[in-house]
Design a protein around this ligand. Structure first.
Ligand SMILES: [Zn+2]
Length: 256
């Protein structure tokens, strides 16, 4: 889908390796992912293997960019250090709803005076103070009009984790800006994250991007592939003798 969007709009397809979670992104997985994408016939003009003007293309090599973004947010008083433990949060918040993995933060630390001396965010969680009640509306190129309300649909979200890893939200907003991304193509499970990223982008005075959220690939029983743990991956379909065309039109027998 991303590849098609790039061709139709005479753009360039960029492959970014989002490998901040070291546990889940070992180098051999990245290698296998790129091989599988090449096998499917998807070609990118910039990426970890091909390089490009805006590299590096692996997030694990882009810490300095994220630190700079963190510094700007901190200097602007837009984020704050949060000292809540996992246990504090578990006791005070409701369980995450729908597909979203970040529960509403109760705001315990948000008025704390940020007297942070260090040049590194290390050792504490950092959260973005969302403008309570502000509407985040955008038109998704696939799903249409979307509307979220800050403080209600999502709370103060993480921008930097206690274990010294920038959050997904901060990393992609920094990268989209630094890499000159004009259109983001990804799965519908990230619509709410997009609302967060739009707020982050506004706070940083970044240009707004276009978004295209596509349906997720499901198996014949309707279960999202990403949620299955039995390895119904591109690799397995490929090894079972399926052609790239069959995989791109997965599951079989459905018009997608
Ligand atoms: Zn806190």
């Amino acid at each position: 889908m991303a590849s098609q969007r790039a061709i139709e709009n005479r753009g360039k397809l960029i492959l970014r390796n989002e490998d901040l979670d070291g546990q889940r992104s070992r180098p051999e997985f990245v290698q296998a992912m790129m091989e599988d994408l090449h096998w499917l016939g998807i070609e990118w003009s910039e990426g970890p293997d091909s390089g490009g003007a805006y590299g590096p293309y692996s997030q694990s090599e882009r810490r300095s960019h994220y630190l700079e973004t963190w510094g700007r947010l901190r200097d602007g008083g837009i984020i704050y250090p949060c000292h809540c433990s996992r246990k504090d949060l578990a006791e005070s918040v409701s369980a995450p709803n729908d597909n979203d993995d970040e529960p509403l933060y109760p705001g315990t630390c948000r008025e704390r005076l940020a007297t942070w001396q260090g040049n590194e965010p290390t050792g504490v969680n950092w959260r973005f103070r969302v403008p309570d009640g502000e509407a985040v509306d955008f038109v998704d190129l696939n799903c249409g009009r979307q509307s979220y309300r800050a403080g209600k649909d999502f709370g103060d979200f993480l921008v930097w984790r206690r274990d010294d890893i920038p959050s997904y939200q901060l990393a992609v907003v920094a990268d989209d800006q630094a890499m000159g991304i004009t259109e983001v193509v990804r799965g519908v499970d990230l619509l709410k994250s997009t609302a967060r990223q739009i707020l982050l982008g506004r706070a940083l005075k970044f240009a707004e991007r276009r978004y295209f959220h596509c349906d997720l690939v499901r198996d014949a029983a309707g279960v999202r592939l990403a949620k299955r743990h039995d390895g119904l991956s591109i690799r397995r379909l490929r090894e079972s003798g399926r052609t790239p065309e069959e995989v791109l039109n997965w599951p079989p027998g459905q018009d997608r």
